[in-house]
Design a protein around this ligand. Structure first.
Ligand code: ATP
Length: 802
């Protein structure tokens, strides 16, 4: 193999990579572990096809999933073509803007005609070109792209003024001119988004005049039960007057509610109400209808709403609410956040429907048969919105991202001559990141390939992390079943990471059932084991990370080569704040957005088992399950793939941040032999400790600043691990240099100071005391805390002074 004479220099490839480049197979999956050079192999394949197989570059299509990936692919091709070395220097120059890079890229592509003829595109931009060129048969070819956000897509010059969200709202407003629709929407939003108002009753039932309860309509009522009733009227758009005065035989009284259109009164009987016989008698004399509701039922809002449905609706005409004039703007002006959340859900359902194999009729049917009113109601609202959205977009010649794919598919399916033209043009199709394909994308690839087309896919099933937005890992795992006469070639040498990182990540991902087993080996033997930090107190890990970053920078590692990764953005916010003052600009990324990146030093945050940790698979909302049911185990496997992506970004140093007593299962999956055990948190035997001189927090002995208050002056103290907290304090105090005059006073102060530091519970006790001392006597408190009267008294006095 090594002596093969090719014009393309294949000497920098390993045997497997070279075999992939030379393969003549028409359906090849190059299955690669992380860092095994799949992009490198794909690029060599392109060079080989052009230089050695003399393929016309216009017959080659390379598909990527992001604009960045296609730009990077082009850059790497230009670098290999530009023998002067200028372009490589240019793209690596710091401070060059994206616009300057784009301009230079375009000008260099023109310098190498074969590169200019090559098609390197994202799948969406390929579809864009197809519809622009031939789409006139199925759509208006002067279409505009409608995006989720105005500023974040590759078709900026041809993007509609309106966003998807704005159009959804617009069509919803149109649909709301139909009163039953608006009423249903209002009820849905109030019942399922503003629901917190109707949770179990608060303990306080009646409020003084100055603190009345505010209803959804915005008026004030005297009790929680009355608030429920007023809100029920509001949900049903029934007008009411609160406590309208009634005069019968010269006497006045105020039934709780009056419904003018039905001429009906409503009186709520609570256990604080006066006996109502007299009132009832009077109302009868006056010939008024009066509905009664009872307090017992108000403890559960769901039950109370049902009772109100029954008792009130029975007494008033059904179309009472239709007499009320309703306006979308007025109804939702107070619930903008909620209605936007609903629109996001509608959009998610819209996307899922387009990507689903299930016919829309079946989805509608299953939704209408759901056991849950919420799900039924959601689809009754969402389907008309989705249909109107689609009509609106067609009318305006808009296409969204999925629309680009569906219209291209429709075009190639309905027009065989056009399909053949594309098939004849693209004789070689190379797909990067094949693990990320979804149903529509595979359908398009199927339409573009004929038997003689060479389809060369590279991907890693272990790195499939977009299942939540429709990618189907099944296409890569079952490649052989999907593509007839296909072959599979595995690249199993990892060039990026050291041995412990490669072994640990491979062991971790092996726990997944749905995967293609692979043995990945590290080219870089030896190297540091993985370091795990177990945080004991909030903020401790920030200090640990800061310290580690400082150390690596002192060793000569560039701060840009340090990457902090996290599952969710919230996990990093404290650390970002803490590092702000450090002066080092390390990269912060969610794991999803770190795909394809690498760094010498990587920290993975949030690896704990508490709520909001990692893994944390959330079963999706029931409304999405109608389209495609999700399974907890599948979601957990996707989380594990995400963990694998995170681990494999690290070249040399990997840090996992966890919590003591709540260690992530993912950490447990890593065999001990790859973990560095001499960790600070295991240094419990250490007889050294430092105290923050500002807030008196107890810190690990290697800390140089306090993670709690940020103070940089710490005091080192020697501790004997066998002593109790109290003994330790006495020892420290004995060694402190006190002035003779104030000896006792100073000792006492010092005792208090160190007690706060060594006994974390003492701080908690202080907080409780602070909030209790106004409501309890000293005797009660000494009982409560099991402490003497005097000790409680002096502590409270001390706190008061503070
Ligand atoms: N045969 C080889 N010899 C030396 N270095 C190699 C070889 N193949 C790949 N590499 C290096 O390994 C690193 C990873 O390569 P590349 O980015 O192509 O991997 P990848 O498989 O696309 O990674 P990932 O999927 O994890 O993003 C790069 O620095 C690349 O130059």
């Amino acid at each position: 193999m090594k002596n093969l004479s090719t014009k393309t220099d294949l000497s920098t490839l390993n045997d497997k990579q070279r075999a992939a480049v030379l393969s003549e197979c028409n359906r090849l999956l190059v299955l690669a572990g992380a860092g095994s050079g799949k992009t490198k192999t794909l690029l060599h394949k392109i060079n080989y096809l052009v230089d050695d197989k003399l393929v016309d570059a216009k017959n080659i299509l390379a598909v990527t999933f992001t604009k960045n990936a296609s730009n990077e692919m082009l850059d790497r091709l230009i670098v290999s073509a530009d023998k002067t070395g200028y372009y490589e220097k240019f793209i690596n120059t710091k401070g060059v803007s994206v616009a300057e890079k784009n301009k230079e890229r375009q000008s260099f592509l023109k310098k190498f005609p074969w590169l200019d003829k090559l098609t390197v595109k994202t799948i969406h931009s390929l579809c864009y070109q197809i519809i622009k060129t031939d789409g006139v048969h199925v759509y208006d070819n002067k279409f505009k792209i409608v995006a989720d956000h105005k500023s974040s897509n590759e078709f900026l010059g041809n993007t509609a003024e309106e966003t998807v969200g704005e159009i959804i709202e617009k069509v919803t407003i149109n649909l709301s001119s139909n009163k039953p629709f608006l009423l249903k929407l209002k009820r849905y939003i109030l019942d399922y988004f503003v629901d917190f108002i109707h949770h179990y009753k608060e303990q306080e039932e009646f409020r003084p005049e100055s603190k009345l309860f505010t209803t959804l309509k915005g008026d004030k009522v005297r009790s929680k039960s009355e608030q429920f009733i007023a809100d029920w009227f509001y949900r049903n758009s029934i007008d009411y007057i609160y406590e309208r005065q009634v005069r019968v035989e010269g006497k006045t009284f105020h039934p709780d509610f009056f419904i003018p259109q039905a001429n009906v009164y409503l009186e709520h009987i609570s256990n604080k109400s006066h006996p109502s016989f007299w009132k009832e008698g009077q109302m009868k004399i006056a010939g008024n209808t009066c509905i009664k509701t009872y307090d017992d039922a108000t403890h559960n809002s769901a039950i109370f709403n049902k009772i109100l449905d029954r008792v009130i609706k029975g007494k008033i005409s059904d179309d009472l609410s239709s007499a009320t004039v309703l306006h979308y703007d007025e109804e939702f002006s107070k619930f903008r956040k909620e209605i936007r959340k609903f629109f996001r859900e509608v959009n998610e359902v819209r996307n899922k429907i387009v990507n689903s194999e299930k016919p829309i009729e079946q989805i509608i049917n299953e939704a209408s048969e759901s056991d849950f009113e919420r799900v039924r109601m959601f689809y009754e609202l969402a389907i008309p919105i989705i249909n109107e959205f689609s009509d609106y977009c067609t009318n305006k010649s808009y296409l969204d991202f999925d629309g680009l794919l569906t219209k291209s598919i429709q075009l190639l399916e309905e027009f065989p001559n056009i399909r053949e033209r594309y098939q004849d043009r693209y004789k070689y199709i190379l797909v990067d990141e094949f693990q990320d394909v979804n149903n529509l994308q595979v359908k398009l690839l199927d339409l573009l390939t004929k038997t003689s087309t060479q389809l060369f896919c590279v991907g890693d099933d272990w790195q499939s992390i977009y299942g939540f937005r429709g990618s189907e890992i099944g296409y890569i795992v079952n490649f052989k079943e999907h593509f007839e006469d296909s072959e599979l070639l595995t690249l199993n040498l990892n060039y990026r990471s050291t041995d412990p990182i490669v072994c640990a990540s491979t062991e971790a991902i092996k726990k997944n059932k749905f995967q293609i087993p692979k043995e990945i080996k590290a080219v870089k033997q030896g190297g540091q084991k993985i370091k795990i930090f177990y945080e004991e107190q909030e903020g401790q890990s920030n200090a640990f990370i800061w310290e580690a970053i400082e150390t690596h920078i002192a060793e000569g590692i560039n701060s840009e080569d340090i990457l902090v990764l996290y599952r969710r953005t919230a996990m990093a916010s404290d650390l970002i704040k803490a590092l702000k003052n450090s002066g080092h600009k390390v990269q912060f990324r969610t794991i999803h957005s770190a795909k394809g990146l690498e760094a010498k030093v990587v920290f993975i945050l949030g690896l704990h088992s508490n709520k909001g940790g990692f893994p944390d698979p959330w079963l999706q909302d029931k409304i999405y399950q109608v389209i495609k049911p999700t399974d907890y185990d599948d979601l957990l496997e996707e989380e594990r793939r995400l963990f694998y992506v995170a681990l494999t970004r690290a070249k040399d140093h990997l840090y996992l941040i966890s919590k003591k007593g709540a260690v992530s299962d993912f950490i447990r999956d890593i065999p001990d032999e790859y973990i560095f055990f001499n960790q600070p948190e295991n240094n419990n035997d250490s007889n050294k400790m430092v105290l923050c001189v500002n807030c008196e927090s107890k810190l690990e002995d290697h800390y140089k600043f306090c993670p709690t208050c940020g103070n940089t002056v710490v005091e080192e103290v020697e501790i004997d691990a066998d002593l109790t907290a109290k003994q330790k304090i006495e020892e420290i105090i004995r060694d402190l240099p006190f002035s003779a005059a104030n000896d006792n006073k100073q000792k006492k102060e010092a005792r208090i100071k160190y007690k706060r530091a060594y006994e974390p519970w003492a701080q908690e006790e202080d907080n409780i005391l602070k909030s209790y001392f106004q409501s309890f006597s000293f005797e009660e408190l000494s009982d409560l805390f099991g402490r003497t009267y005097n000790s409680i008294k002096s502590r409270i006095e001390h706190l008061k002074i503070k």
